[in-house]
Design a protein around this ligand. Sequence first.
Ligand code: ADE
Length: 231
Amino acid sequence: MRIDILTLFPKMFNGFLSESIMGKAINNKLVEINLIDFREFSTNKHKKVDDSPYGGGAGMVLSVQPVYDALISIKGYKEALKILVTPQGDRFNQTRAYNLKDEAHIIILCGHYEGYDERIRDLFDIEISIGDYVLTGGEIAAMVLIDAITRVIPNVISNDESHLFDSFNGNLLEHPHYTRPSEFMGKSVPDVLISGNHKLIKEWRLKQSIKRTKERRIDLYHKYKEENGDE
Ligand code: ADE
């Protein structure tokens, strides 16, 4: 998969793209990421990319020209899935991450300022929000998307199956985990996990997942019950 990111702050991505699983995925050529500073495409002599809103009001609006010119400079932009990150978009979730992993080419625009010139919206296929809060810019939202999509690309996580059991798959949160020591400050690991009985362990984990989901995310719990029938 190739991802092009249109941003005014490419340096924000430095650590994100070089460290940990993202860094490895890029090194292993499982994902290719290009950063495009769309300020460079501004035809304004001061390289301005924003202007005051028609009709008045506070704040600045991102202009369409630099975004359009940067977008059409990308090879294969017509066929790519073009995503605008904005608090007004559809809510991002694990299912969307999973579906987006099959795209060959994604382009993401990170906005800044008070908003986008409405004509920018027409250049993009979908709008995605990462939650009901407003960030100073779209870069962190783009990183959230890229991280969640990359980790479900086959071979990115060494145990290829492990992500299938993460929280949110099948509408259940993950069960509790323990590792050594078996006792810490009077708190011990549940006996079943040390029993070696894989059938019992599997049952215990599912039960704990259901319990945890019911306690913490009643919305997901109802979805789980709808799809799986009553416990
Ligand atoms: N840009 C600013 N806030 C955002 C959000 N919540 N989701 C996506 N993009 C954003």
